[in-house]
Design a protein around this ligand. Structure first.
Ligand SMILES: *Cc1c(COP(=O)(O)O)cnc(C)c1O
Length: 232
């Protein structure tokens, strides 16, 4: 217990230091705890230490944890690749989806969002480094996609999510995050309600906050290294 709590404190401190260094207000960056592959008991420990937002990549694994932790009022974010046949369960059980990259999927979410729930919060995933291996809309298609998603009744478009090419080179990290922030700002001009830039992971949190991230998605720095790869 103590160890996980200490890691949470350390990550929150790192976020705070990065905010200060960037001249940004305290608490302008939210922490999303990425809990894929970790059992529900670990998430419960972190929730008891005050963590509210959890991110999951694999639907079956996530649904089991959401059920196991139903006595807590947590906020669940789906951040993994989305297959069409999974949209109904995602729409019914999550509060946010960060990985929407095409209109077809967004339309399904809007149609399938249960009527008794508030609109599903949506971030559009952008393939900022134009990598073949990665999902995400291209920066050129983003504005049109955002306009179309904005029309869908049961969704609330919140912003963008980016996963830049993995690198330890700080200059390259800043470059990709800077390009993401410019896109985010132009989207905000078109749609002033937009308030979320989901970027930064354990290895590049500080660079992401320096370049305007509003939500960092942190897995290994909180939970430790992942050994297994779940699926579904
Ligand atoms: C796994 C994952 C993370 C967390 O990565 P860490 O390097 O463990 O912090 C963040 N975002 C997405 C989309 C992920 O799949």
């Amino acid at each position: 217990m103590a160890e996980l709590k200490n890691r949470l404190q350390a990550v929150l401190q790192q976020i705070h230091d990065a905010e200060t260094a960037a001249g940004r207000p305290a608490k302008s960056v939210q922490l999303l705890a990425v809990s894929k592959t970790w059992p529900a008991a670990k998430l419960r420990e972190l929730a008891q230490a005050g963590q509210q937002h959890f991110g999951e990549n694999y639907l079956q694994e996530a649904l089991a944890k959401i059920e196991a932790l139903a006595d807590l009022t947590l906020t669940w974010h789906f951040i993994g690749p989305i297959q069409s046949n999974k949209t109904r369960d995602i729409a019914a059980h999550f509060d946010w989806v960060h990985s929407v990259d095409r209109l077809k999927i967004a339309k399904r979410f809007s149609e399938q969002r249960p009527a008794d729930l508030p609109p599903l919060n949506i971030c559009l995933q952008v393939n900022i480094d134009d990598e073949d291996s990665k999902s995400g809309a291209s920066p050129e298609d983003l504005m049109q996609l955002a306009d179309d998603v904005k029309q869908l009744a049961n969704l609330k478009l919140r912003g963008l999510m980016v996963i830049p090419k993995a690198t330890d080179d700080t200059a390259a990290q800043h470059d990709a995050f800077q390009r993401s922030f410019i896109l985010y700002q132009s989207l905000q001009q078109q749609l002033p309600d937009i308030d979320t830039l989901s970027m930064g992971m354990s290895g590049d949190l500080t660079a992401a906050v320096a370049n305007g991230s509003t939500m960092v998605r942190i897995g290994s720095a909180l939970f430790g290294r992942r050994h297994t790869q779940a699926s579904g």
